[in-house]
Design a protein around this ligand. Sequence first.
Ligand code: F2R
Ligand code: MG
Ligand code: MG
Ligand code: MG
Length: 307
Amino acid sequence: NTADPRDRAAGLLLGAALGDALGSRFEGMSAVRADQLDEVETSEGELRYTDDTVLTLVLAEHFAERSPGSGIQQQDLALDFARAWRAEPGRGWGGGIGHVFRAVLSGSEWSSAARNSFGGQGSYGNGAAMRVSPVALAAPTPPEAATLGLRSGEVTHAHPDGAHAAAVQGCAVHLALSTPADTALDPDRFLDRVAGCCPDSRWISLLERTRAVPRSSSPAEAAERLGNDVTAPGSVPLALFSFLRHPDSPREAVRFAIAAGGDTDTIGSMAGALAGARCGATALPPEPLRRLEGAGRLRELGTLLAG
Ligand code: F2R
Ligand code: MG
Ligand code: MG
Ligand code: MG
């Protein structure tokens, strides 16, 4: 682990993208074996990322283009997300998110576009949480990261389960970024602090469920208890668990998340952001990192946003 804030900021963004790119080969599979993970880590060729990282980059650029402390301009952010979706339709997008982006591109306010999806329920997909990690670099404290996470999330995910997931994951990444490098991470204290930043009863109970999973569980057992699907409540807890299981190894945290199967790119990405933020870019596995699409810009943005 490193104490260098720039290395940690780079690790946060690179860890998110690496988890996405490694996991994307297996998205939708029920479980992933160690030899399949070894193969994707060591094979040749570029490791391409998916929608998770496309939107993470948009959010990071949103902060990089503005002076520190400017927060989020929600209509601008919605438009930038939607333009990124339009520019790259082949990045493996969620089933309902196109409706939101199409409405924004035809002039709707973000709030009505997000509210009108899924028959007026709004989305509880994990798309708001999967892209939220840059808020940890823009907010000075964990509670402010939760607030920024919520503001970035509600732009497309109007259902409270989807929007609050971004608050939870954003604040968790901020906490991971500021854990002392030379002290063992205490999972109970970590979950207490996340819960303290996110006063949403549904998420408090999901965090309690995460805490109750035995620390020695296998990926399959953790997925059985916490879920591993494209919904926010069915994926953010498993990403947190994967990190708490392997807080000092981004490679192991990401491998655990992907081995659990299901929404592997997204759960791998969220676990990678958490572990990369704690351990830094220098702790990421060098070989797959060398092959990661966009690694140069991700590193640059991390360093820039770290200030
Ligand atoms: N969607 C995928 N992967 C599967 C398809 C891959 C693609 N076909 C390919 O192989 O190229 N991956 C990406 O989607 C997830 C993020 O989703 P997001 O952005 O939240 O989208 P959406 O559509 O809003 O929500 C996802 C699904 O959740 C269910 N859902 C959400 N809200 C619902 C509601 N109110 N009622 C009922 N169902 C709801 C729906 O099934 C949505 O389609 C990430 O995994 C990303 O990698
Ligand atoms: Mg994806
Ligand atoms: Mg900061
Ligand atoms: Mg996914």
